[in-house]
Ligand binder design. Structure first.
Ligand code: T1G
Length: 684
């Protein structure tokens, strides 16, 4: 492998280049080259200052995560950063793209930092279950101030170069030719002494109000629930304010090593690659090109149609949205405008960006207007006849080569495709509600869906900042199909003696954002209900029949006050008890472990069936669906990764323990039984 580090002299300024695509990760060869060239520059009398810069799309994006868990190769990153800082000649970091993690730490080891306004700097280590392990928790507060360092390290969110410059983390923002400006800046500072070494500064640590840490924790309480890394990052930034640098970095190193070997870091690092693997389509060559999508058509301006449209408008893609009548059209576009305005009020978009996005929207009552679209997404309600009628009409209107997609959550894409003469152009694009917020997109591959249609879907998903996962055609695809056994068992547990709050509590303590009944109330208890109040076959039917459709009706499995705060409902408990009596079910004490086995182990079993039927490309894709579609805690990796940590044999044992209660609708996945038998894993 060629040496990724080279040099180039501009008079008395030496540029040390890193060329390590795709993101200049600080792998062993890069680290060795940086030390070699810093030492060479220091020893060369002709060199009076140094610039460290990166080729390609970004400054160093961090340590090389693919090296984690492997025997360390010297020098390790803290040594590299310390060596840069110790250089007797000024070193300037020239930052473009994203200086992340170890990349930000290398920049902090430099004496100065110049950056393009489009650059970002960050400490995303917390997203990997770690903390900055090359001095970042100690140099960061000393250069950027405690507040910004705390925000960067604990949230993991990058900050703009402007914010970094305002805080003193970047010395100068430069427009245009970054290298030219960085060399000029190096010439300006080449005689400056003493050199501003980040680790030696303590001016930013004076008079720090210690309450800042507790306040930050209170304000970001959600981050600290279950996850250990955020608290570790906060602790190390606090140590920077209390101990000398030399002690602080030892504490950082110790905590870093402790986190690195922990289960949460391993799960998060697994997930980092799982998320990126999801975009790869097995059996489709990289040469297959996506079709060009210049305009998108959306059929239906309801909650989903409006949310779906916003994704494209925000990405700068024009949308033609079609409804049946003006009132529905106006209501839909009104909700989109309201959503954008609320985003602007939160400062996440400027008013100009809102106008720009809304300016790309073309509301229409004329179905024929869809003829100009390259991708048409049907987002009407879940009825196969209605969808087949729409796709039949689309077949006669859409231009040749247009991609026809349904946003259906459950229904058979092959049956919908058969309503057209172009099944190769048909697929499912299953957005998750709220469609403009949730990152998951299930791309449902029909039997006849063409490869370039799939490639187009994955490409457009990235453009609208979604995480796309390929799913096969089956009822509920991947996510919702696994939800079915979970909801079924959750309701049965109610009749056997559990309460909605007990079941939900088990799931929330496990790390889910909410439990099955909280989720049903949020999404709508009436979703998928047959709408016949006289037909009461389940607790859910009974609730729907008396208008307890969830939060939107102020009552569902829980009662809600005017601020939508939930409380257990005696009425619901009465309905549950009546149901149990009718069915002759004896109430009993139900353990939390039984709830886990009947709701989560059954999900894993369904996931194994999805795999053995080929409805997901890989087990890690199932994990990506559940993390991004339902908030499965990343620090547990996802249902299939978690099943591996429990052990397939233990999952099978648990399901066997529950088999009688699971009833004859339940059957074991053969793949799960095989994994248990052979002691194999799904995801490693
Ligand atoms: N190490 C190894 N490979 C990486 C990588 C990394 N840090 N970052 C990205 N890749 C690969 C990725 O797997 C993919 O590979 C390709 O690059 C493009 O990535 C001591 C210990 C930089 C914002 O956490 O946030 O420093 O799939 O699809 O959408 O304190 O990558 O093409 O084969 O994501 O344009 C801290 C992680 C590490 C940054 C670009 N740094 N990366 O996003 O491309 S820990 C991070 C990102 C650390 C120190 C600690 C993003 C990106 P492939 P991509 P993108």
């Amino acid at each position: 492998m060629s040496d990724p580090i080279s040099t180039e002299d501009h008079g008395p300024v030496r540029i040390i280049w890193s060329d390590n695509p795709p993101v200049n990760a600080l792998g062993a060869a890069v680290r060795q080259g940086l030390v070699r060239e810093i030492e060479a520059a220091e020893a060369d009398d002709a060199v009076e200052a140094v610039v460290i810069a990166c080729k390609g799309r970004t400054f160093f994006a961090g340590a090389d995560i693919s090296e984690f868990g492997k025997p360390p190769v010297m020098p390790w990153l803290p040594t590299v950063v310390d060596r840069i800082e110790a250089c007797e000649k000024p070193v300037v970091a020239a930052i473009h793209g994203t200086a992340l993690g170890g990349g930000c730490e290398v920049a902090l080891g430099c004496h100065y930092r110049v950056a393009l306004p489009s650059a970002k700097l960050g400490f995303p280590e917390v997203n990997l279950g770690l903390l900055p392990g090359a001095g970042g928790t100690q140099r960061g507060p000393r250069v950027a101030g405690v507040e910004l360092a705390l925000q960067m390290a604990v949230t993991g969110k990058p900050v703009s170069a402007q914010v970094a410059a305002d805080a003193g983390l970047v010395n100068r923002l430069v427009e245009g030719d970054l290298i030219e400006h960085a060399v000029a800046y190096a010439n300006e500072v080449k005689d400056t002494r003493p050199l501003p070494r980040s680790s030696q500064r303590d001016d930013r640590l004076q008079d720090v109000d210690p309450s800042i840490f507790e306040e930050f924790k209170k304000k970001n309480a959600k981050l600290f629930r279950g996850d250990v890394a955020p608290a570790a990052n906060l602790e190390l930034v606090r140590i920077a304010t209390e101990k000398p640098y030399e002690e602080g970095v030892i504490a950082e190193r110790n905590k870093f090593m402790e986190l690195m070997v922990g289960d949460q870091a391993k799960a998060r690092q697994y997930f980092f690659f799982a998320e990126r693997k999801a975009s790869k389509i097995e059996g489709v060559s990289d040469d297959v090109q996506p079709r060009e999508i210049k305009r998108v058509g959306v059929i239906g301006a309801g909650t989903m149609g409006g949310g779906i449209s916003m994704n494209f408008l925000t990405a700068g893609i024009p949308v033609t949205i079609v409804e049946m009548n003006q009132e529905a059209l106006d209501r839909g576009t009104g909700i989109m405008r309201k959503n954008y305005d609320s985003t602007a009020r939160k400062g996440r978009m400027t008013p100009e960006q809102v106008e720009q996005a809304m300016g790309l929207l073309k509301p229409s009552l004329n179905f024929d207007d869809l003829a100009e679209c390259d991708l048409i997404i049907e987002a009407v309600y879940e009825n196969m006849d209605v969808k087949k009628d729409i796709f039949g009409r689309l077949d006669g209107i859409a231009r040749k080569g247009a991609i026809l997609a349904s946003n259906t959550s459950y229904l058979d894409i092959n049956e919908i495709a058969a309503a057209t003469s172009r099944p190769q152009d048909v697929l499912g694009l299953h957005f998750f509600s709220p469609a403009n917020i949730m990152k998951l997109l299930e791309v449902v591959r029909g039997d006849k869906t063409a490869d370039d249609v799939l490639v187009t879907a994955m490409a457009i998903a990235k453009k609208i900042r979604k995480v796309a996962v390929i799913a096969g055609v089956c009822y509920g695809f991947i996510g919702n199909r696994m939800l079915i056994p979970r909801q079924l068992e959750a309701e049965k547990l109610l009749m056997e003696g559990a309460t909605p709050q007990q079941v939900d509590k088990v799931h929330v303590e496990f790390g889910m954002p909410m439990g099955p009944f909280q989720m049903a109330d949020l999404a709508g208890v009436d979703i998928g209900w047959h709408r016949d109040p006289s037909r009461i076959e389940s607790i859910r039917d009974a609730l729907c029949a008396i208008d307890r459709w969830g939060q939107k009706k102020g009552a569902g499995f829980y009662d809600y006050d005017e601020n939508r705060r939930p409380s257990p409902s005696e009425k619901v408990q009465g309905i549950i008890d009546d149901f149990a009596k009718q069915k002759g079910i004896e109430k009993r004490e139900i353990s939390d472990q039984e709830i886990i086995e009947r709701t989560l182990y059954t999900m894993v079993n369904e996931g194994a069936k999805i795999l053995e039927e080929g409805k997901a490309q890989r087990a890690s894709d199932i994990d990506v669906v559940w993390v991004y579609g339902y908030g499965w805690p990343v620090y547990r990796g996802g249902p299939m990764y978690w099943a591996d940590s429990v052990g397939a044999d233990k999952i099978v044992e648990g399901l066997k323990r529950q088999q009688e209660r699971l009833g004859d609708k339940f059957s074991f996945s053969q793949l799960l039984l095989d994994k248990a038998e052979k002691g194999e894993k799904f995801t490693r």
